[in-house]
Ligand binder design. Structure first.
Ligand code: PHB
Length: 392
């Protein structure tokens, strides 16, 4: 028999389930959790810092909401360590239950993240790492990049070196995906134009013991040197190259990362270096001027390409999630929205390829008075070949 008391209890339980259950459900769906995996220590720490600052600037401009949902962040230092990448990404996906993965700088780390994103169907936004596989053999509906491929960044420099009259080149880089692919891109354009590679030199990431390799370059006597180093390695390499005196007879060229975000530390050693990248100082477009002013106001420093990639990663998430009304699993809708319209980046508008990599203009740059001054267009609308991408 149901007593009056029991009836009252059942009634109040029913009422609380009716009101609380839908409330908690709505509450959970009101936020989007983003797992940020970046290098906060090691050779690429400054790059991670810039990416985060760019990302947070855009998020703050949008009131910390995409598609009306609050953004929550969980941060993890990936130490630019590929062997720890899968475990770290799994920590964010399975432990913290993030809806989106953002990262990273190092190609080896980002490939580990891509594996975890594929295994778990989680949306991954890559704000730097240029590994070909991410938008090549591993390309997927849920994997996107706001930056570049290493191939793109190397390819544009081959032509510049050839046009400067250099026919025989030695390359020097770190022995991992980014270095190999950057040199690969350089060779694709340089050799096609009749250039010759005399020797490919390398050392393991993140080593900076360059002396023996510089001695070898001196004995080979190429017309010029092509290099990919970045962050702390770029600072040290340019310093050592100039100290060796090699620059007097063998000019140094590189993808833009050799001088990007490191000019203050390189000082006079970097003056005059010619590079190419899809961003630089002095673009002087209304879009970039507005971005640079906002960045300077927020952080009291000038942005670099890494800050732009972070900013654009946030913008791409915003565009995609607005189209899906915040549904982080609707990858059809997300992809359609991003592929439809040019993305209004501070670097200039770019479009997203079928493999989800930016198709973008590359600028010629020269270091003048401590700035990566844009001096012209190197290649317009350069797309990565996306070898091996079979988008499902
Ligand atoms: C990479 O590992 O893909 C990488 C790292 C630093 C850069 C560019 C590419 O500046």
């Amino acid at each position: 028999m149901i007593t009056k008391n029991k009836l009252a209890l059942m009634l109040s339980l029913a009422i609380s389930i009716f009101f609380i259950a839908p409330f908690t459900k709505v509450k959970a769906a009101e936020s989007i959790k983003i797992g940020i995996m970046l290098p906060y220590s090691g050779a690429f720490a400054d790059l991670g810092d810039s990416i985060e600052k760019g990302f947070m600037l855009y998020s703050k401009q949008k009131g910390n909401k995409f598609a009306g949902k609050n953004l929550e962040f969980v941060k993890l230092d990936d130490e630019s360590s590929p062997p720890k990448a899968v475990e770290n990404a799994n920590k964010l996906v399975k432990g913290d239950k993030v809806d989106i993965l953002l990262g990273s700088v190092h190609s080896g780390v980002a490939m580990g993240m891509a594996k975890v994103a594929m295994d778990n169907g989680v949306l991954l936004m890559v704000p730097n790492a240029g590994a070909a596989a991410i938008t090549g053999s591993m390309c997927a509906k849920n994997i996107y990049r706001s930056s570049f491929t290493n191939w793109q960044a190397g390819y544009v420099v081959g032509d510049i070196v050839m046009k400067a009259g250099h026919k025989k080149v030695v390359t020097i880089t770190w022995k991992y995906a980014a270095g190999d692919e950057s040199v690969g891109g350089f060779k694709d354009s340089f050799i096609a134009k009749g250039g010759m590679i005399m020797k490919e030199l390398s050392l393991p990431f993140p080593n900076v013991e360059f002396q023996a390799l510089l001695t070898e370059i001196a004995s080979i006597k190429p017309d010029a040197v092509y290099t990919f180093f970045s962050g702390a390695g770029a600072v040290e390499f340019v310093k050592d190259y100039m100290a060796s005196g090699l620059n007097k007879t063998i000019p140094l060229y590189g993808s833009g990362f050799i001088t990007e975000g490191v000019l203050e530390a390189q000082g006079a050693d970097a003056e005059g270096l010619v590079t190419a990248l899809y961003y630089g100082d002095g673009l002087n477009t209304p879009r970039d001027n507005e971005f640079r002013a906002a960045y300077k106001k927020a952080y009291n420093q000038d942005p670099d390409v890494f800050a732009v990639q972070g900013y654009d990663a946030a913008m791409m998430l915003d565009i995609g999630l607005t189209a899906t009304k915040g549904d982080v699993k609707d990858m059809e809708g997300f992809s359609k929205a991003l592929r439809q319209a040019p993305i209004p980046s501070p670097r200039g508008n770019f479009t997203l390829s079928a493999s989800h990599n930016p198709i973008q203009d590359f600028y010629m740059r020269k270091v003048i008075k401590g700035k990566n001054q844009v001096t012209g267009i190197a290649v317009k609308a350069l797309a990565d070949p996306a070898v091996g991408c079979k988008m499902q």
